[in-house]
Design a protein around this ligand. Sequence first.
Ligand SMILES: CC(C)(COP(=O)(O)OP(=O)(O)OC[C@H]1O[C@@H](n2cnc3c(N)ncnc32)[C@H](O)[C@@H]1OP(=O)(O)O)[C@@H](O)C(=O)NCCC(=O)NCCS
Length: 420
Amino acid sequence: MTDIDVVNPVPVDEVQPWLASMATTFLSDPESDIFQRQVEAWRREWYPDRTWGARAHGRWVATLATEARTVTVPGPEGTTRDVVADALTAVTVNATHRRRGVLTRMLTESLAAAKNRGEPFSVLIAAEWPIYGRFGYAPATQVSSYTLFPRLRPDLLTPAETGRVRQVDPSDLDKVAADVFDRARRLRVGQVDRPGAWWPRRLGLDGYRPINHGNAPNYFVHDGPDGPDGVLWWAATRDFELNGDLGAISVGNLTAASDHAYRNLFAYLAGIDVIGEIALDRRPVDEPIQWLLSDGRALRHTGLLDDVWLRLLDVPAALSARAYARPGRLVLDVVDADIGGYAAGRYTLDATEDSAECRPTSESADLRISQRALASTYLGGFTLRQQAIAGGVEELTAGAAARADAMFATALAPWNATGF
Ligand SMILES: CC(C)(COP(=O)(O)OP(=O)(O)OC[C@H]1O[C@@H](n2cnc3c(N)ncnc32)[C@H](O)[C@@H]1OP(=O)(O)O)[C@@H](O)C(=O)NCCC(=O)NCCS
């Protein structure tokens, strides 16, 4: 252990060798053009204080970074509210130094830093399920993948009466995309924002070069009665043949700030000639398109995965920040045996129609609940009763779990459209 130094902050001069270490662990090619583009992008948005690494014999062997990202939590009557959270990314420990506690050292420090900054919770997307539970993270949202087979019926999807889809260059998309996304993300709980240079980086503008892993995408905007309200891009993944074999496309992004935009973007996709399959990844588990299709089975559910993992760092702040589906009062005894133990304590939660207050208490508890179970329930993605089988939920007052589930519920499944 002594030959490994955990470093924080990491100066921007180190971006290239730090990312080269990450590339080894994430199986990417440090000689590739894409890697050089990533180095340029990271150099321009580098937060030394929020960046960790570990060095052994002068070489980077581990990486970890966090960002402040805005996450939507439930607001009153189906609306959402913004909370600035700690978002963990770029976690790697080279196999030469694995299982020697390097991740534990870096993440213990970064969670303490998030707690000190006052961020009420931390989020991440896990490469593998078993890594992050010991740090208190638990799955809070899910994503689905689908394939739409548009040729199953000619009348699969009719467009809305207003609105139109037009193809645009990336620079034209950039003029409207941030605003459209900002409105759209507020329609769902669990959305992580796309801050700073996210759009120019993604679109290859302002001196950024695009980072595409397959064909370059085609970009589209939907104009509604009040201006742009939808953004779409897709790339071809299989060519069509003259013998009638149909091609395939993959949708990289479909953002709709209105129901019309949503319907029209899908109607446009379903109407593209010469393709038989449209792959949709990182979509909500309750994708509404099914209800608009003349044959709902033209949409095949191809995958379901845990997505945002959440770790509560400040229970009163996190629980007071969201609204609840029903008014109610609960006393929660939160058990937090994971690294940091930041959520442990007993708290009252008082929720009315439009406000909520959570604070420490010494009253007797209605529910004894693990921090992880509370984290999985916090955005409405999972119920306590679903999780009770795992033993992290103990009812001390009869019916308390059902009451809590009714309060924490959201009408739509939480969904995050943005990788980080
Ligand atoms: C996952 C990874 C960061 C772990 O780093 P590490 O320094 O080996 O982790 P630590 O030594 O601090 O491990 C702490 C504990 O977690 C366990 N653990 C760590 N990674 C694990 C994994 N992938 N599966 C199961 N257990 C794991 C360790 O066994 C250890 O348990 P112990 O204390 O009971 O012995 C590293 O293996 C890695 O970079 N993997 C490939 C890239 C990746 O998956 N990154 C995560 C991106 S979200």
